[in-house]
Design a protein. Structure first.
Length: 309
């Protein structure tokens, strides 16, 4: 989603750390200058309140030691704030029509790299190595398009790059799912995948009236703070998440049925039943009633049973 501010006048320029003057023209004027046509299929909208971008940057606690990846730079509304505070910025944009604007606005800044492409088609490790290597801290700050929020988020969650902090604007319902606790209707794979790596903060609500064209849903700013030290190795976490995905794949079914019939798992019904009974989990319970620690214990028990057979 391209979030931008429509201003009546061009604001005063700022000076970057290199002493370059960085103009902040009206984004409406930029759209006209570069003949931008916002594409619904890419979730592109104009954000009317630039204070939202300031809130995102403040929530990220940026310093010159930070290297930031921004997904969906658009006309550079958020980028303009990032380049003032971060030591390095990699702005990624899938739409080629935005690139001339981004090049004109930020291309001369030595600490800013621009990359056109689909973030999902590129390994984050490769992009970091090529464009923003050897930073002390890595962060991701982005206004994510509704239609592809979850795939992008998992792309970062599953990366070997240590993103210490992530600040994103997402559909409000997605933010609720990310922060949901067990036993609630919004609790699921996304909740557990995120919360097994990060502390989740709901920073700010953003009503749909802030956008043009107006979307059908509200948004929110979510901050993810990396848990340190990690709860477990990444290899073990992936095994636990495989159990979780299987359990939630048929969330209306009992754990016994969901796990024993999952094509993702090698366990028989008797093995699943034995593991559930050993861990003290009622086989008739559903996935949303289990905590992360419950799933960890269940995963460990299933592995032990498999080794014995």
């Amino acid at each position: 989603m391209e979030h931008s501010k429509e201003e009546k006048k061009t604001t005063s320029p700022i000076s970057t750390q290199e002493g370059l003057r960085l103009e902040k023209p009206s984004l409406k004027d930029l759209g006209q200058k570069y003949n931008i046509r916002f594409k619904k299929r890419l979730g592109q909208n104009l954000l009317l309140d630039d204070n939202i971008h300031r809130i995102m940057v403040e929530a990220a606690h940026l310093s010159k030691d930070d290297a930031v990846i921004e997904v969906g730079a658009g006309l550079g509304a958020l980028t303009w704030h990032l380049v003032q505070h971060a030591g390095k910025v990699l702005a990624v944009e899938i739409d080629p029509s935005f690139m001339p604007c981004l090049e004109d606005r930020f291309g001369r800044l030595p600490h800013v790299k621009l990359f056109r492409g689909d973030i999902l088609n590129h390994e984050l490790e490769d992009l970091v190595h090529e464009f923003i290597p050897e930073a002390q801290h890595y962060k991701m700050i982005s206004n994510l398009p509704y239609y592809i929020t979850t795939p992008i988020l998992f792309h970062f969650l599953e990366s070997s790059v240590n993103f210490e902090l992530i600040v994103i604007m997402v559909q409000y319902e997605v933010g609720v799912r990310m922060s949901a606790g067990f036993g609630t209707k919004d609790y699921g794979v996304l909740s557990l995948a995120v919360q097994s790596l990060y502390h989740v903060d709901l920073v700010h609500s953003v009503p749909r009236t802030c956008f043009v064209p107006r979307p059908e849903v509200d948004s929110c700013i979510i901050r993810l703070r990396k848990i340190a030290p990690p709860l477990m190795t990444e290899e073990k976490r992936k095994k636990v998440l495989q159990i979780i995905r299987s359990a939630f794949s048929q969330r209306r079914k009992s754990l016994k049925n969901a796990l024993s019939k999952s094509p993702l798992l090698p366990y028989s019904t008797s093995q699943v039943l034995t593991a559930l009974q050993t861990t003290g989990i009622d086989p008739s319970r559903r996935a949303e009633t289990l905590t992360w620690n419950d799933f960890v214990l269940l995963t460990e028990t299933l592995e032990k049973i498999e080794l014995k057979t």
